[in-house]
Design a protein around this ligand. Structure first.
Ligand code: NAD
Length: 512
């Protein structure tokens, strides 16, 4: 079927109705949402003004004051039910992600699976918010640390993971005893409305099954960056977890620091892979293809720089170029298509600008052209581009959020490590090798400087069990698994004297 006749708005309507979203939530407003698949308008959402956003945050603070008193394993029960509701809604929500963001079907569903996975993780965590007991130098004293809820956790999310990012934050924040306020991307508010409706369903069940939960525990504020700024500046938001571009982080980080609020910043990446002489080239080809072309190059962990050893360059790069020429591009909801559209025209223009800049630096470009424009003038499909670069310069050191893979030849391992780390961003990275020395060096102190460093898999496609985030201009935040939960709580060190004397630490005397 041609992209022009898909009638995605009707399909989105039906999904939203099934998930319990009222039509009034996305009709008659000023925020226009379009499907990147066809350019078709899906809705016009009423936007919040600053005053109502402030009120929503104040109400969430009220919810926090009650929710913190609910025992953590009981809070976990709400998240368990959320996981169940997400399982029930997986097909619908996954499809809506595809319609609103343009992800291929398995990636839309995969995003919802990620939400389910983090719910499972958070349920277990709700019984494991451990503090240490610490040896004390004072007799008949006990020293321990306890972890307490923080308050309202603000969540700002980007368009490319429109719902998973909320869940990484919200599932942890809620079991940790916080309330949440979510400002989704202005490009993807429909999936946020749907997620909120699914949360409300879980909450209703939780309460009907005897659970205690306040109103306004998890709320949504719809609007652009000005609404995000209200949250960033609000004194009752002690932590903002913000996912998006480095430019956004540069604006948000200092404002939070100004009022001593905490930040989890999950910003842009410029992820690289090194292919060494011993690499399994069949595996490398598949790993590189998914990491560089998947999600049409619109993952924060997308592979953007590929360093290939001179001894395997001529074996790998022509095969990659062939894969780029033959990859199926089109409606992401049609089985077999692997590359869907860019999110919008501005994204397409940034891609073309980067390709022109690469050419000016001596880059040899294959692909990158717009396709399918005859079927849908307002949708932006591109053939992913491979650019053979003489050196790491110009656009190669920036993140362009589109499917461009810069390929560079190397000869010396230490020199390529330096180049690998020689960009401002530090999110994800990979090495393809069967040489144990190279593999171990890559994940060692002198190896990759990124938050994620992989061996024999590409840089994209993280699991929720590990902490997710990156260094340098990627912002330094960690979300999701491992002990990322600690960022959503405050730590208290408690010393309890159960004796009858009052010895002072460090032998200090103060006898009155
Ligand atoms: P964006 O920066 O344009 O917007 C992200 C969010 O920030 C939106 O909700 C937006 O309204 C909000 N925002 C922007 N400026 C703001 C401000 N001054 N104050 C408050 N809120 C503000 O990003 P995008 O185009 O939606 O997403 C793509 C970018 O996100 C890429 O750079 C990508 O690498 C990054 N990203 C990073 C991660 C990660 O985990 N590191 C994950 C996904 C996306």
């Amino acid at each position: 079927m041609s992209l022009a006749n898909l009638n995605l708005a009707a399909e989105a309507d039906a999904i939203l109705a099934r998930l319990g979203v009222e039509t009034s939530a996305y009709r008659g407003g000023s925020l226009t949402v379009r499907s990147p698949i066809s350019g078709e308008e899906l809705g016009k959402l009423p936007e919040m003004d600053a005053r109502s956003a402030e009120q929503a945050i104040d109400a969430a603070h009220g919810a926090f004051l009650e929710w913190r008193l609910v025992p953590a394993p009981k809070r976990g029960e709400l998240i368990r039910l959320l996981g169940e509701e997400l399982r029930a809604a997986k097909a619908d929500l996954g499809r809506l992600v595809s319609i609103e963001v343009g992800k291929i079907t398995s990636e839309g569903l995969g995003e919802v699976q990620e939400m389910i996975d983090i719910c499972d993780f958070a349920v277990g965590l709700s019984r494991q918010l451990y503090g240490l007991t610490i040896a004390t130098e004072r007799a008949e004293h006990r020293m321990m640390e306890t972890w307490h809820p923080l308050g309202v956790v603000g969540i700002i999310s980007a368009f490319n993971f429109p719902v998973a990012v909320w869940s990484w934050n919200a599932a942890l924040a809620l079991v940790c005893g916080n309330a949440t306020v979510w400002k989704p991307s202005e490009k993807t508010p429909l999936t946020a409305l749907a997620t909120q409706a699914i949360f409300e369903k879980a909450l209703k069940r939780y309460i009907s099954e005897g659970g205690t939960a306040p109103k306004n525990l998890s709320t949504l504020i719809i609007g652009g960056r000005d609404i995000g700024e209200v949250m960033v500046d609000h004194p009752k938001v002690p932590l903002v977890s913000a996912t998006g571009s480095t430019a956004m982080g540069r604006a948000v980080g200092p404002r939070l620091a100004q009022r001593f609020a905490r930040a989890i910043l999950e910003l842009g990446g410029n992820n690289a892979a090194i292919v060494t002489p011993t690499a399994d080239l069949d595996l490398t080809l598949r790993g590189v293809a998914f990491a560089a072309m998947g999600t049409a190059g619109q993952r924060c962990t997308t592979l953007r720089r590929l360093f290939v050893h001179e001894s395997v360059y001529d074996k790998l790069v022509p095969r990659l170029q062939k894969a780029y020429q033959s990859v199926t591009i089109g409606n992401p909801m049609v089985d077999g298509n692997l590359v869907g559209p860019l999110i919008d025209k501005a994204s397409f223009e940034r891609m073309q600008k980067a390709l022109n800049a690469a050419k000016a630096e001596g880059g040899k470009v294959t692909g990158g052209e717009r396709v399918l424009a005859d079927q849908a003038a307002d949708a932006y499909y591109v053939r992913p581009a491979i650019v053979e670069m003489p050196s790491q310069c110009g656009p190669v050191v920036e993140e362009t959020f589109a499917p461009i893979l810069y390929v560079m030849k190397y000869s010396d391992f230490d020199a390529v490590l330096e180049l690998h780390n020689g960009v401002p961003q530090g999110l994800s990275s990979s090495i393809f090798t069967n040489d144990i020395r190279e593999a171990e060096t890559f994940v060692s102190d002198r190896g990759s400087d990124c938050g994620i460093a992989n061996v024999n898999i590409g840089p994209s496609g993280a699991e929720i069990g590990g902490a997710f985030g990156g260094e340098k201009e990627t912002g330094g935040g960690r979300e999701s698994g491992s002990d990322a939960w600690k960022a959503y709580m405050r730590r208290a060190t408690n010393t309890v004297n159960y004796g009858r004397t009052l010895p002072l630490a460090q032998g200090v005397k103060f006898d009155i």
